[in-house]
Design a protein around this ligand. Structure first.
Ligand code: BG6
Ligand code: MG
Length: 216
């Protein structure tokens, strides 16, 4: 029986995925190559330094640790600039209504994001109080597809992995949840999120009772 919902942040609650992409693209362009939207799917849910390594390998660029840290921090500054104007208006369609249902049904909630900026974003969009537990990039050693972020969330909520349902927009996130023994709701394209137990374009009109019935 599902007792808890674990939500990814970027691309599930709020559309920051586009800003991560823009900031990485700007960095790649500065290094003399481009990254496509299709390539960007590989970066979703992946930690900042792992994303950087994937991008540099794609552009066949080799850098020292020091140079990498400096690029990652520049990318983060650009990203923070892009998200600085975010407000509750940026919450993705269907999310607010879905959380109203979650509250009514007394389902426990955790955030499971590898972003070190997760709390800041939640504050900006006024959703910090919607989660019983927040596991973010500052609390984990391994990013997705490692299941650590979700297993920690389950532990903090006092539920077992099989009692959790994870909401994810990233291939790496779906993989992390599966490795942790959890069922997943994919949000995005069916062709991309092939491993998810069920996929919706977004949370608009998703009814909790119907959803729980469907993933049984
Ligand atoms: C994930 C995003 O939520 O957070 C990734 O999907 C991002 O694209 C990762 O790289 C780390 O985020 P941050 O904010 O710590 O750089
Ligand atoms: Mg995501």
């Amino acid at each position: 029986m599902i007792k808890a919902f674990l939500f990814d942040l970027d691309g599930v609650i709020v559309d920051t995925a586009i800003y991560h992409y823009q900031a990485w693209r700007q960095m790649a362009n500065g290094l003399g190559f481009d990254i496509s939207e299709e390539f960007n799917e590989k970066l979703k849910g992946v930690s900042r330094m792992d994303s950087l390594d994937i991008i540099l390998a794609h552009g066949a660029v080799e850098l020292s640790e020091e140079e990498k840290l400096s690029l990652a921090s520049q990318k983060n500054e650009n990203y923070l600039n892009l998200v600085s104007k975010m407000s509750p208006d940026d919450i993705l369609p269907g999310v607010t209504d879905f959380f109203t249902q979650v509250k009514k049904e007394n389902i426990k909630t955790a955030l499971g994001s590898v972003s070190k900026n997760a709390r800041l974003i939640l504050e900006r969009i006024g959703m910090l109080d919607n989660f019983d537990s927040i596991i973010d990039g500052t609390k984990i050693a391994k990013g997705k597809p490692d299941p650590e972020v979700f297993l920690k969330g389950a532990k903090e909520l006092g539920v077992s992995p099989s009692e959790c349902l994870v909401f994810e927009d990233a291939v790496a996130g779906v993989e992390a949840a599966k490795k942790g023994g959890m069922k997943t709701v994919g949000l995005g394209k069916k062709e991309v999120l092939v491993e998810a137990d069920i996929v919706f374009e977004n949370l608009v009109g998703v009814d909790i009772h119907e959803l729980l019935q469907a993933i049984k």
